[in-house]
Write a new protein. Structure first.
Length: 414
C-alpha cells in the first residue's frame, strides 16, 4: 500500500519514526521531545533484538535514530543527492571534535536514518548502495565508533506501516479505508465490553548498567499482561518476579533468596529491593532502609547517633546495591520506575553521624546530612521508635535512574 508521507510534515514524520522505532527496535527506545536534541529523535542502549535476522547479529551498544524529512521530493536522483548531503552534514558534526554535539554527548555505535524520500535499489549505482558507501567513507574519515547502521527509506517505512497498523492508524493525514474499518471494529469491541490491549511507553536511561533494550521490552510486556487483568498497580512482589524474567531474557544471572523475599543476587552482586514513593517533588522516600527492634530502646540524640553509626555500618556489608521499585497510579495510567540509591551516598551520611545531627520528636529522631562538597542536603534520616524502622528521604538528583514504564491500561465500559 502506498502512503503520502509528505502530508505529515517534518514534526509528525519525526513522531511517526519514533513510534516505529519503539515497535521495531523495542520498548527500550528513549524518545526525545521537541527542541534541541543533539541530532537525535530517539536513542537506545544495550543489547536489543534488532536487526533480526542479520548476518552480523543483533546490536549491542549505544544507538541513535535520526529522521530526515523532505517537504517536496523531486525524484530519486535529486532526493538521493539531498539525503547524502544531510548524512555528510550530520556525521560531520559528530566527527568535528570542536562541535557542540561532539563535546556534549557520546558518539553513537549504531545509527538508524529514517527518511521519506525514495532510494533506488539498483546495484552499485542506486541510492541505497550510494548511501551505504558514503557512510562507510565518513566513518573512516572521521574515525567514528559507528559499528552498524540501517536506512529506513520510503519503501522500508511503507513496509513497516503495512506490518504495524497500530502505528499507522493514529496519523489521520494518511488514513486508508482499512484504518477506518479498524476504528469501527475497535468501537464495536468497546460496545461489546471487549478490552483492547494495554499500551506501555518505556524510557531507558542511557547510563544504566542494569537495563538494556531486551530487559526493558520484557518488563514492558509483563506489565502489559498484568494490566490486561488488573486495574491496580503491580505489587513489589510481582515486580520482583518481573525483574527475574527480564534478567533471564537479558542473559544475566539471577537468583532469588527464599529466606528474604526482597533480596536477589544479580551477576554475583547482592541487591536489596525496596518499594518507595515520592512524598515531595524531587524527593524519594524510603520508609524502611532498615528494621531493628533495638531502636525502641534509644532515648537521647547521642544514643541515636551511636546506634545508627554501629547498626548501619554493619548493614552496609550485607548488600552491594539498593534498588528502588516505585509504582504510582496516575490519570488514566500507572508509572513504574526502577531507581537506585548509590551505596556511597549512605556511607557518606554514616561518616557524618553524631548527636548534633539529630533532633528528637515524640517517637522519632530526625537527622539532616549534607553533601560534603556542595553543603546542600544529602539526605534526611528518620529513626522511628514506634515502628522500629530507619527510613531516609533522598533528593532524586542523587539517585540513579535506570528505567521507567508508563502503562495505559485498556479502557473498560459498563
Amino acid at each position: 500500500m502506498d502512503y503520502d508521507l509528505t502530508r505529515l510534515g517534518s514534526r509528525e514524520f519525526e513522531h511517526l519514526t519514533q513510534a516505529l522505532a519503539i515497535r521495531v527496535i523495542g520498548n527500550g527506545v528513549s524518545i526525545f521531545g521537541d527542541g534541541r536534541d543533539g541530532g537525535r529523535e530517539a536513542v537506545f542502549h544495550g543489547r536489543i533484538a534488532f536487526p533480526d535476522p542479520d548476518p552480523s547479529g543483533s546490536w549491542n551498544g549505544y544507538g541513535v535514530l535520526q529522521a530526515k524529512f523532505r517537504l517536496r521530493p523531486l525524484g530519486t536522483k535529486s532526493d538521493t543527492a539531498w539525503f547524502l548531503s544531510e548524512i555528510r552534514r550530520e556525521l560531520g558534526k559528530w566527527g568535528d571534535h570542536l562541535s557542540a554535539r561532539a563535546k556534549s554527548g557520546k558518539l553513537p555505535e549504531y545509527l538508524v536514518l529514517a527518511t521519506n524520500v525514495v532510494l533506488s535499489s539498483v546495484a552499485d549505482s542506486g541510492g541505497i548502495d550510494r548511501v551505504d558507501e558514503a557512510i562507510k567513507e565518513l566513518v573512516a574519515k572521521y574515525n567514528l565508533p559507528l559499528r552498524g547502521w540501517k536506512v529506513w527509506h520510503y519503501d522500508q517505512i511503507r513496509t513497516f506501516l503495512d506490518l504495524y497498523p497500530e502505528v499507522r492508524q493514529p496519523y489521520e493525514a494518511m488514513v486508508t479505508s482499512g484504518d477506518v474499518l479498524a476504528q469501527v471494529r475497535n468501537s464495536l469491541q468497546l460496545l461489546n465490553n471487549q478490552k483492547p490491549q494495554a499500551t506501555v511507553d518505556a524510557t531507558l536511561s542511557e547510563d544504566s548498567d542494569v537495563v538494556d533494550g531486551i530487559f526493558s521490552a520484557k518488563t514492558a510486556k509483563l506489565l502489559e499482561l498484568h494490566h490486561e487483568l488488573h486495574d491496580t498497580p503491580a505489587t513489589a512482589t510481582f515486580f520482583k518476579a518481573i525483574l527475574g524474567k527480564a534478567f533471564k531474557a537479558q542473559g544475566a544471572s539471577f537468583e532469588s533468596n527464599p529466606m528474604d523475599p526482597f533480596s536477589i543476587t544479580v551477576k554475583g552482586q547482592r541487591w536489596i529491593l525496596k518499594a518507595t514513593k515520592e512524598i515531595t517533588r524531587g524527593d524519594v522516600f524510603l520508609p524502611k532502609l532498615s528494621e531493628t527492634r533495638r531502636l525502641r530502646e534509644v532515648q537521647t540524640t547521642e544514643e541515636c547517633a551511636n546506634y545508627v553509626r554501629s547498626h548501619l555500618a554493619g548493614e552496609m556489608g550485607k548488600f552491594d546495591r539498593i534498588i528502588l521499585l516505585r509504582s504510582e497510579e496516575r490519570f488514566r495510567g500507572f508509572t513504574y520506575r526502577l531507581m537506585e540509591i548509590p551505596k556511597n551516598v549512605l556511607e557518606c551520611a554514616i561518616e557524618q553521624v553524631d548527636a548534633s545531627k539529630f533532633r528528637k520528636g515524640r517517637f522519632t529522631f530526625f537527622g539532616d546530612f549534607e553533601h560534603p562538597h556542595t553543603r546542600t542536603r544529602l539526605l534526611t534520616m528518620r529513626c522511628d521508635r514506634s515502628v522500629e524502622k530507619i527510613g531516609v528521604t533522598i533528593p532524586t538528583r542523587y539517585c540513579i535512574q535506570h528505567a521507567s514504564w508508563l502503562v495505559r491500561p485498556s479502557f473498560t465500559t459498563g
